[in-house]
Design a protein around this ligand. Structure first.
Ligand code: SF4
Ligand code: SF4
Length: 84
């Protein structure tokens, strides 16, 4: 399941460099950060826990039930993203 950033985001940028999949970017228009569900693996493949969640000072990164995926799906996505 991809993660999603809610409107509580304070635009601090702490999460962006933590993502192993470059899934996080700034949405200039909305003044917050967004996660690309096509690139978020919940950190499966790289870390035990979602790194972005751990650094967010306002706990505004949540699981997105609209992008439900199994752990195997997430691992396959990670491997696809990092294939040479
Ligand atoms: S959970 Fe991991 S892969 Fe997904 S956006 Fe956060 S840091 Fe990136
Ligand atoms: S760490 Fe949290 S508050 Fe900061 S930019 Fe990322 S989602 Fe927004």
């Amino acid at each position: 399941m991809a993660m999603r950033i809610t409107e509580e985001c304070i635009n601090c940028a702490a999460c962006e460099p933590e993502c192993p999949n470059q899934a996080i970017s700034r949405d200039e228009a909305a003044s917050l950060f967004v996660i690309d569900p096509a690139r978020c693996t919940e950190c499966v493949g790289a870390h035990d826990e979602p790194e972005c969640v751990g650094v967010c000072p306002v706990d505004c990164i949540v699981a997105d039930p609209e992008h439900a995926e199994t752990r195997d799906d997430l691992q396959a996505k990670y491997e696809r993203l990092h294939a040479a």
